[in-house]
Write a protein that binds this ligand. Structure first.
Ligand code: NAD
Length: 423
């Protein structure tokens, strides 16, 4: 008889992870089943066909989505992702996390997310613009400053937000800057928005270091995904005196035990499109990077980077989830056993949506703030939110993920209750 290989541990997809984390929080809060039924699942889902005339003259049809998970505490809010792996379940997961995230930082929004299954890296600027505008008109009936406000996410940019704003405004017949955030500064964007996610990540790491007694100066830091969130967080860690020893992007990873010169890595990436090949650094694989001994590991790429298969290899004191959903529930349990302190995504990367909120407030009031003002308000909200989550972590003896989910889910349930949606 042939020996059978042990069954691989089936990892859950991002939406199954989001539902599992909701159940854990709802159980810890002892939430009534009627309330769970009301707040667990997306309120509205729209799947759209996006036909685009390519430069060759051929029409290609792309699949797009917009999911509004919740509007209990305010309009839906969440980014738009252009990526080959976009699926309805991924968009549902990201929309669900947005609901709890906005509640954790206590800004008056629900959660939404959108995406198109495509590879923008293989498209010309003209193709990208035509696809964006067609998608914007397809989701137009359900978006708007009072209904649902998109923003950038993976592989979407301020320029793409400007095209969405323009398409929406053409349909309305007047300029509506508050329909999207993450816009260029010249079109109602907020100072500080581009750096806000990485800045918020940095604030939560600094708070964690203070609580755990880990010196920030000299802290060995590793970053997976040197994009918007990852590179800004890396740069702020560098400026604070931490030693950023390894970073990566899709084309490869680089390592220097003495610490990388992050502004130079940023300049190199701007020039070449990747960190790979940065002079004076060794090449490392993704697996080696995630297993590196360090004080702070920042997964800043995509979901499910750290699963049951590799969580046991992680040798960081603090894991800061700059990305959404990079650590699965099975990996959370391994982190707990190994006393790794996790800063969960819905707290860690909430700086982005917080400054998106500031942008929307500025647009709606036609009154703009200077960058110091934006950063000071962001710092205050991140510090308060970190303390709120940490207090639940300590008082309820639960890990930081569960503490954050309890805070977020609890606030949404309370909003439903006071609206009179359940007795
Ligand atoms: P981005 O496109 O600017 O950067 C993503 C980076 O990850 C790119 O450099 C890419 O090369 C790299 N990457 C992808 N897969 C990788 C892998 N397997 N190994 C190493 N690198 C890899 O996107 P972003 O806006 O920085 O978003 C990154 C994450 O942060 C996403 O999970 C996103 O949802 C989350 N996030 C972003 C914001 C924001 O405001 N940008 C806000 C909250 C959360």
């Amino acid at each position: 008889m042939l020996a059978t290989a042990p069954a691989a541990i089936a990892e859950k997809n991002a939406y199954e992870v989001a539902l599992e984390n909701f159940d854990l929080a709802a159980n810890a809060l002892d939430l009534d089943n009627n309330v769970r039924a009301m707040i667990k699942y997306p309120e509205r889902e729209l799947a759209v066909s996006v036909p685009v005339r390519m430069d060759s003259g051929k029409i290609v049809r792309f699949q797009g989505y917009r999911v509004q998970h919740s509007t209990q505490r305010g309009p839906a809010k969440g980014g738009i992702r252009f990526h080959p792996n976009v699926t309805i379940d991924e968009v549902r997961a990201l929309a669900t996390w947005m609901t709890w995230k906005c509640a954790v930082v206590n800004i008056p929004y629900g959660g939404g997310k959108g995406g198109i299954t495509c590879n923008p890296k293989d498209m010309s600027a003209g193709e990208l613009e035509r696809m964006t505008r067609r998608y914007a008109s397809a989701i137009l009936p359900i978006i708007g400053p009072e209904k649902d406000i998109p923003a950038p996410d993976v592989y979407t940019t301020p320029q793409i937000m400007a095209w969405i704003m323009d398409t929406y405004s053409m349909m309305k017949g007047y300029p509506v800057t508050g329909v999207v955030t993450g816009k260029p500064i010249s079109l109602g964007g907020s100072l500080g928005r581009n750096e806000a996610t990485g800045r918020g990540v940095f604030y939560t790491i600094r708070s964690s270091c203070e609580k755990l007694g880990v010196p920030l100066v000299g802290a060995r830091t590793v970053v997976q995904g040197f994009g918007n969130a990852g590179s800004v967080a890396a740069n702020l860690m560098f400026e604070a005196g931490a030693k950023v020893i390894a970073v990566s992007d899709t084309k490869g990873g680089i390592f220097n035990a003495k610490g990388l010169d992050i502004p130079a890595v940023v300049a190199f990436k701007n020039r070449t499109g990747t960190v790979a090949g940065f002079p004076g650094a060794e090449k490392i694989s993704d697996a080696e990077l995630l297993a590196m001994e360090c004080e702070v590991l920042i997964p800043a790429a995509l979901e499910n980077a750290i699963t049951a298969a590799n969580a046991g290899d992680v040798r960081a004191r603090i894991v800061a989830e700059a990305a959404n959903g990079p650590v699965t529930p099975e990996a959370d349990r391994i982190f707990d056993q190994n006393c790794i302190f996790l800063i969960p995504d819905i707290l860690c990367n909430a700086g982005g949506v917080t400054v998106s909120y500031f942008e929307w407030v500025q647009d709606e009031n036609h009154l703009f703030w200077d960058e110091n003002d934006v950063n000071a308000k962001l710092e205050k909200i991140m510090a308060r939110s970190f303390n709120d989550v940490f207090e639940i972590h300590v008082s309820r003896h639960v890990n930081m993920r569960l503490a954050a989910n309890m805070l977020g889910v609890g606030r949404v349930a309370e909003a439903c209750r006071v609206r009179g949606l359940y007795p």
